[in-house]
Ligand binder design. Structure first.
Ligand code: ZN
Length: 247
């Protein structure tokens, strides 16, 4: 089974379209989405509707989806994120707002080998950045392969005894990691719509459970078009600028 894994699209339609062009339906069997469909970008309705056309096999909600749907308060965000969240709340159609509100909380078990969450398997809103939290995530994960997003940084982390074996893309357009049979993994595909590892290209991943590989991909997209949409929508200019920096 080949899974296309998308996370943190953040209402960036241009980035999503570039990913879907690079990974057309013939290249994967199932689609998994790790949350944060909206927030920051200027195309929340378009992104939700485009994803639904693809009939994803599983989606979990992200913290930005919860705020946009009115399930949590924007005041818990940084000022920049809160401003974008308030804009998103007013931009969403009632149907798309209801769609976001209906997204399930992670972790979600896909099958006997695979689960997905937005932040961490122990807390949907936690950021897996510290070694301690990563070890805690391995403890909490109920499947050997756990997909996560939220940090906007692509990574494949294997746990070999107490050692963490970390693969980062480091500027490469494709990185394939062979998954060992007896090792457990945490896999972050990176962010489609707002990468934060200094590489502005859209990030996604493909997991092939027969070949036992996961490939981290980067694809260029028309950043200027996404930036123009953000500025035209009256969203903070910083949200447009950061897209070009990948920060
Ligand atoms: Zn996010």
């Amino acid at each position: 089974m080949r899974y296309l894994i998308l996370s943190d699209i953040h209402a960036n339609l241009e980035a999503l379209e570039a990913v879907l062009e690079a990974a057309p339906p013939a290249t994967f069997d199932r689609l998994l989405v790790l949350g944060d469909l909206v927030g920051y970008g200027a195309s929340p309705n378009e992104v939700i509707e485009r994803l639904d056309q693809l009939h994803p096999d599983a989606i979990v909600r992200g913290n930005h989806d919860k705020v946009a749907a009115g399930l949590t308060d924007p005041d818990e965000f940084t000022e920049l994120a809160a401003e974008a969240a308030r804009w998103t709340q007013t931009a969403l159609t009632p149907a798309n707002r209801a769609r976001l509100a209906s997204l399930p909380r992670g972790p979600l078990l896909v099958d006997g080998a695979l689960e997905l969450c937005h932040g961490a398997p122990f807390d949907e809103d936690a950021y897996l950045v510290s070694r301690l939290d990563v070890l805690r995530a391995f403890q909490a994960a109920r499947r050997p392969l756990c997909l996560f997003g939220h940090t906007h940084i692509a990574a494949v982390i294997g746990r070999v005894d107490d050692r963490l074996d970390v693969t980062l893309p480091e500027g490469q357009a494709t990185v394939t990691v062979s998954l060992r049979e007896t090792t457990r993994y945490l896999i972050n595909p990176g962010s489609v719509g707002q990468p934060r590892d200094g590489d502005p290209r859209a990030a996604y991943a493909v997991l092939d459970t027969e070949q036992r590989t996961v490939t981290l991909y980067r694809v260029a997209y028309p950043v200027e078009r996404a930036q123009q949409r953000i500025l035209a929508a009256g969203l903070p200019a910083r949200l447009a600028h950061r897209l070009a920096l990948g920060r």
